[in-house]
Design a protein around this ligand. Structure first.
Ligand code: TYD
Length: 132
């Protein structure tokens, strides 16, 4: 399946590095929510859901983790390990996150507020919804 891994400019100088994320400029939606996962235990695998409408961008601002994406037909595995990369997680894509490094801070930008009704947490329902 197609993986949208966005590459951001790093503004760096002798003081250090800075990355700016701007809605509809270097990623394709307006942000309504930001959350981040940290202190995730190394053996943990989380996610196990797809969204009906919400579009998200995941950035490992520190450390690394892996994300497996599944559109109901194909899967793709991505390792996020650089803060200048962002993974788009589109609606209708089942995703699981795992192998979090101890220092991983996975920041997620979303185009909508949290709403449990937007979640598909049952894998067989997911397959039906995406018509697979
Ligand atoms: P959960 O959905 O279990 O995380 P994941 O499926 O990504 O592993 O979320 C953990 C808890 O956090 C759950 O009680 C719902 C809550 N939560 C919010 O309140 N707001 C949010 O934006 C998110 C993503 C989760």
């Amino acid at each position: 399946m197609k993986v949208s891994l966005l590459e951001f400019d790093i503004h760096g100088d002798e003081r250090g590095s800075l990355i700016a994320l701007e809605s509809n400029e270097n990623f394709p939606f307006a942000v309504r929510r930001v959350y981040f996962l940290y202190d995730t235990k190394s053996e943990v695998r989380r996610g196990y859901h797809a969204h009906r409408k919400t579009l998200q961008l995941a950035v490992a601002v520190s450390g690394s983790c892996k994300i497996v994406l599944n559109d109901g037909r194909e899967t793709a595995e991505v390792m996020l390990y650089r803060p200048e990369q962002g993974l788009l997680i589109e609606p209708g894509v089942w995703h699981e996150m795992f192998e979090f490094s101890e220092d991983c801070v996975l920041m997620v930008l979303a185009d909508d507020l949290y709403d449990e009704r937007d979640y598909i947490r049952d894998y067989s329902e997911f397959l039906k919804v995406v018509g697979a």
